[in-house]
Design a protein around this ligand. Structure first.
Ligand code: FES
Ligand code: FES
Length: 153
């Protein structure tokens, strides 16, 4: 049976023809050509697949396509913000496999604080990064760069 699911991806309406229970990460990468959500564990254990759905960080590996019908999905590939710029300018990553997911979670955190005119504390950043594994051991550098993000509030 042919199914279609529409949502807004990085500002543009898109339609997927995959089954509604297909992993969002697989739809984004294999059908829609956005490779920025990385596939790691497919078990919500590494965070490399994370995307924003209506401004909330979501594990795209275990999110079914149907859960984003009619919603706004943002991937790291299209997020242009002080948070992402700080990570890029500071050479945050080593291999970089983890970084798109980390950027997504950090962006969600800073957006939520910006909305109420506050700045995330170090403990907030640590908590936001808790969902992410970095096999290269770059966490300390990433944390330091995020603590130094300008224009956070
Ligand atoms: S691939 Fe989604 S959390 Fe690891
Ligand atoms: S920089 Fe390699 S996994 Fe994080």
């Amino acid at each position: 049976m042919s199914e279609t699911t529409s949502f807004v991806l990085n500002g543009a309406r898109v339609t997927s023809h995959a089954n509604s229970d297909t992993s969002l990460a697989l739809v984004l990468r294999n059908e829609l050509g956005d490779k920025s959500p990385r596939i790691g564990c497919m078990l919500e254990q590494c965070g490399s697949c994370r995307v924003l759905v209506d401004d909330e960080p979501v594990f795209a590996c275990t999110a079914d396509l149907e859960t984003v019908a009619g919603k706004r999905v943002e991937t790291a590939a299209a997020i242009d913000s002080p948070v992402v710029q700080a990570l890029l300018d500071g050479n945050a990553a080593q291999c970089g496999y983890c970084l798109a997911g980390i950027a997504v979670s950090a962006e969600a955190l800073f957006r939520s604080h910006r909305a109420v005119g506050t700045r995330p504390a170090r403990s907030d950043i640590v908590q936001a990064l808790d969902a992410h594994l970095c096999r290269c051991g770059s966490q300390a550098r990433i944390l330091r760069l995020l603590e130094d993000v300008e224009d956070a509030s």
